[in-house]
Every structure is written in C-alpha cells, then in structure tokens.
Design a binder for this molecule. Structure first.
Ligand code: SAM
Length: 288
C-alpha cells in the first residue's frame, strides 16, 4: 500500500495486455488518481483489471499546465500513478515536466518497471547490447534523417530508433543511402502482438525487404542498426577509412595502401600509415 505523496511511473503493455506486472496492478488500484496520456485508451486497460481510480489527462499539449496542478496534489499528500498509452512513461511519451519538477521539489518518484519497446526489441535483436544509443523517432524529413544518419555513421554503439508505419519505408531508404551496404539492420515490428516480426537484414536491403514483404509496412516499429566497427587501435581512422585501408593492404605495400587511403578517403596520411602498420602486424600475428 503506497503512502501518500508519491508519484509512481507505471509501465503498461506495449501490445499484449497480459504484460502488466502484479505490482503495477496493485499500485494502480491503490493510488488516489492516475494521470494518463489518453484517458479513453487507458480506461480499456484499467477496466480489464477492474481498476476504477479517477483519471486525469496528461498529454504533450497540456502537460506543462497540468503538471503544476498535479504536483500540488502530490505535495499535499496524494499518491499518483503516471501511465502512457503503451510501455514506460517518459520514453518518447509525456511526463518529463512532471517528473523533473517533482524531483526538484523533493517529492518521491518511484518507477514500477515493465514493458518498453526499445528494450524488448534490443534484447531480441542479436545485435550488441553492451552499448547502445536510443535516438527516439528520426526526423520527419528525409534530408534531416540523412544528416542524422551521417552524423551517427561512425558511432560504434548499436543505434535504436522508433518508427511509425507512415515513414518506415522512407527511413529504410535513407539507411540504404547513407550507411555502408553491409551494415546489419534489425527491424522489430508489432512486438508482443499477433504479428510480431523480428527480421535481420543489411542497410542496402532494408527498404526492399519492407517494400516486398506483405504487411511489413504496417504496425509499430523499432529499427536497430549495428554500430560501426571500432577504429583500429585508436589510430583515428573511421570505420569506412579502415575498410578502404584493409582492402588496399590486401594488394599493396603499407606505404602505398596508406597513401591511397589518404587520397581516397581524406584521412591523414600519417594516421593511415600508422593504422596500416598496426593492421599489417595484426595480420602477420594471425598468420603465424
Ligand atoms: N513509451 C513507449 C515504450 O516504452 O516503448 C514508446 C512510446 S512511442 C510514442 C511509440 C513508439 O514505440 C511506436 O511508434 C514504435 O516505434 C514503438 N513501439 C511501441 N510499441 C511497439 C511494439 N509493440 N512493437 C514495436 N514497436 C513499438
């Protein structure tokens, strides 16, 4: 039973209504009121579990105004639960002004963890999970998306994006246009729902896969992109520069490969030379 004056952040299902924890249900039953992104949507979930606590709407268009009033109630001793339409509140959902102000006032904010599309998708992706960057929704316009992908191209962390059915194809086209052809891409669609799909493809093939697979453009998506290969021994080459250097080293001497890499990719000649020495030594070590 929660004591008064606590703001609970309660994760709710991202598709399968059974994915709600026993603790989440207990808290939702016990709080004085529930702040929900869309009260009609949340009513369906709450009705299913016989929860009839008062609902207050807190969405992106009113949250600055409503947050202040809710904080007064919590500061006065009431307990509240914040839920969003799906998943974990604040993860690309409303609640940031409320939570940051609650913490600034010294009120207790307590997370009740549960479903989150990005974590569910990442854990099942087969991509590296030790370091990742969550980028939320990519920009709406292709030019801005391509700029973002260009900025992230050499990031060695797994990249995670949310995307809607309206732009999944266009986003995959941009991935193909900007990232190296063979960079791994995993698309997770409709997680926890009837048509859950998790497919692994390559940057060059992602758009065709979405276009050519029946129903693949429908639903909700998490798109994940493998991180760039780490640069050689801190030598300062990008993944693409290193790739060119490696190819040239198969055919040329260290000196020639470094010089050509510098001319082709714009890398510093000395940097390319040092990296070539490291690669050559590595290859000799592996061979011996
Ligand atoms: N707060 C949510 C969470 O914890 O994941 C995310 C809310 S955000 C407004 C909605 C986006 O999350 C969708 O457009 C989609 O990118 C992703 N998403 C939500 N549910 C999903 C699901 N079942 N399968 C795949 N992606 C999902």
């Amino acid at each position: 039973m929660p004591s008064g004056g606590i703001l609970y952040l309660v994760a709710t299902p991202i598709g399968n209504l059974d994915d709600i924890s026993a603790r989440a249900l207990r808290i939702l039953q016990a709080v004085d009121f529930i702040a929900a992104e869309d009260t009609r949507h949340s009513r369906a979930l709450l009705d299913r579990y016989g929860i009839a606590r008062p609902l207050v709407a807190l969405h992106e268009h009113n949250e600055d105004r409503v947050a202040a009033a809710l904080l007064e109630r919590i500061a006065g001793g009431e307990s509240a639960a914040l839920i969003s339409d799906a998943g974990t509140p604040l993860i690309n959902d409303p609640g940031y002004p409320l939570v940051s102000a609650a913490r600034a006032r010294g009120l207790t904010v307590s997370p009740i963890p549960g479903p989150c599309a990005l974590i569910a998708a990442l854990s099942a992706s087969g991509l590296a999970t030790d370091r990742f960057a969550f980028e939320g929704f990519p920009p709406r316009h292709s030019s801005a998306r391509r700029r973002l992908l260009t900025d992230l191209k050499d990031d060695s962390r797994t990249l995670v994006f949310y995307e809607s059915s309206h732009r999944i194809l266009a986003f995959c086209e941009d991935i193909g246009a900007v990232l190296p052809n063979r960079r791994e891409v995993v698309i997770a669609r409709e997680l926890t729902k009837l048509y859950e799909t998790i497919v692994t493809t390559r940057a060059a093939d992602a758009a065709a896969l979405v276009r050519d697979t029946p129903h693949m453009e429908k639903g909700e998506f998490v798109v994940m992109i493998a991180g760039a290969e780490p640069v050689v021994a801190d030598a300062g080459l990008s993944a693409e520069q290193e790739r060119v250097l490696r190819l040239l080293l198969e055919e040329c001497s260290v000196k020639t490969a470094a010089a050509l890499t510098a001319r082709i990719t714009g890398a510093r000649r000395e940097t390319a030379y040092q990296a070539a020495l490291v690669l050559k030594q590595g290859a000799a070590g592996e061979g011996g």
